[in-house]
Design a protein. Structure first.
Length: 245
């Protein structure tokens, strides 16, 4: 399928990143939400912000955090983050989907593309961000994803395998997920009207009949969900730092 009719208008579109850190990270454990945990001495949320701040295709950032954290983030975290691009803070909602919706409400109207990303995917690269943006410039909707590499089983509630799924056309979605601003707002509005909760933003766009394209993501662009994930990320950062010296 060729470029969408809007591709010419998107060729020089302004891009805003919506970084979602609105949750409490209960699966991680402890009293501190996981987005504030340190990765090699730097808060996860700051590492993610720096990745988007350093990407030339990004013009500005909306950071979604728990409502009670806005003042602390504004005064104690952002000033020392070393960011160049403007950051607008927004209050998160009761779910990730609500947090994204709230973030979209703070995106300026002069923006045409929105790059939505989980704050706890701190190892995202500038190349991945740029590739997703380029895909969205062409098609209107594009996400990072990886082909499934393990054998996939459908398992019944009792624990028995009912089916082995063919993995030839199966991909595992990541973020960033980049969309035309008007498109993703329409998709979220439709979901709210019907009471639908999706597992990611791409699913909401799929539900309104708009094709979403993929570009290859990265195995290191994983989501920090448990302390083991944080430990794995620390080893990757340490290895990268060692190779640079």
């Amino acid at each position: 399928m060729g470029p969408t009719p809007a591709a010419s208008q998107l060729a020089s579109a302004r891009v805003c990143a919506v970084i979602v850190a609105g949750g409490m990270g209960r699966r991680f454990g402890g009293d501190t939400p996981k987005q504030y945990h340190l990765l090699a001495g730097v808060p996860l949320i700051v590492r993610t912000l720096r990745a988007f701040d350093g990407c030339g295709a990004i013009d500005r950032i909306v950071l979604v955090v728990p409502g009670g954290d806005i003042s602390r983030v504004a005064t104690a975290l952002l000033p020392d983050a070393g960011l160049v691009k403007p950051v607008q803070l927004a209050a998160g909602g009761a779910s990730r989907q609500e947090s994204v919706f709230n973030g979209l409400e703070h995106v300026p109207e002069d923006v045409s593309l929105v790059a939505i990303h989980d704050a706890v995917r701190p190892l995202v690269t500038g190349a991945c961000i740029a590739a997703c943006i380029e895909g969205a410039r062409c098609h209107g909707a594009c996400i990072a994803a990886l082909p499934a590499w393990d054998t996939l089983k459908r398992v019944e509630p009792g624990g028995s395998i009912s089916e082995t799924l063919p993995r030839d056309c199966l991909w595992m979605a990541q973020t960033p997920q980049v969309f035309q601003l008007s498109l993703i707002r329409d998709a979220h509005a439709a979901a709210r009207r019907s009471g639908w909760t999706g597992t990611d933003d791409a699913e909401l766009v799929e539900r309104i009949g708009v094709p979403v394209y993929v570009v290859p993501g990265s195995r290191i662009n994983f989501k920090i969900t448990t302390p083991d994930d944080l430990h794995a990320a620390e080893m990757l950062v340490d290895r990268t730092s060692a190779s640079e010296h």
